[in-house]
Design a protein. Structure first.
Length: 192
């Protein structure tokens, strides 16, 4: 059994890009895949949550079967954009030892357009594992940058979600490995 740290970002990435996952209703997903960019129905006015863990998104979307989450997209981003979002992020809840005080955390949270939540990673049966997986919430200007500036391409992974649901074959999973988090972000996100 692999020894995995309690909190770790695991992602599909290469030298220039990182893939995050989101589930959408068909009215957003179909034009996004067809045009390679998010349509007007994708609101840049509200926070959007991205997940580098495919299994966690399968849990969240119930294998692309939950209402409003019937389509699973792989959103390939420029790594510098993803890293910038991590650098701007603040934990969504106070954590002793990461924040100097609750008041300091609240000030950071009010100023930041990015949030991080650590939720239990999932196995292929969608049971929680002992280690945590990252959810990254983007708001304000970061949503626009995500949807326009950092976007490289959009992949329709709905067929993969359905195949995994049917087979639970680990060979079908997108290859995810530990992501090298920028040092400044690691401490703020409780990774050090």
């Amino acid at each position: 059994m692999e020894d995995v740290p309690k909190k770790q970002i695991r992602a599909r990435y290469d030298d220039g890009t990182v893939t995050v996952y989101q589930a959408f209703r068909p009215e957003i997903a179909e034009p996004a895949v067809a045009e390679g960019r998010f349509p007007a129905a994708f609101s840049v006015e509200r926070m959007t949550w991205v997940k580098p863990s495919f299994r966690w998104l399968m849990h969240r979307s119930d294998w692309a079967r939950s209402e409003g989450q019937e389509r699973v997209l792989g959103v390939v981003l420029r790594r510098e954009g993803f890293d910038a979002a991590l650098e701007a992020a603040v934990l969504s809840s106070y954590e002793r030892g990461v924040h100097a005080s609750r008041a300091q955390w609240q000030r950071e949270l009010r100023r930041s357009a990015a949030r991080v939540q650590w939720d239990p990673e999932r196995d292929l049966q969608l049971r929680p594992l002992a280690h945590r997986s990252l959810q990254l919430g983007l708001g304000g200007e970061l949503v626009r940058r995500y949807a326009q500036e950092w976007l490289v391409r959009i992949e329709d992974l709905t067929p993969l979600a359905r195949a995994l649901h049917a087979s639970r074959d680990p060979e079908l999973l997108p290859p995810e490995r530990p992501y090298p988090v920028p040092a400044g972000a690691a401490a703020r996100l409780g990774l050090s």
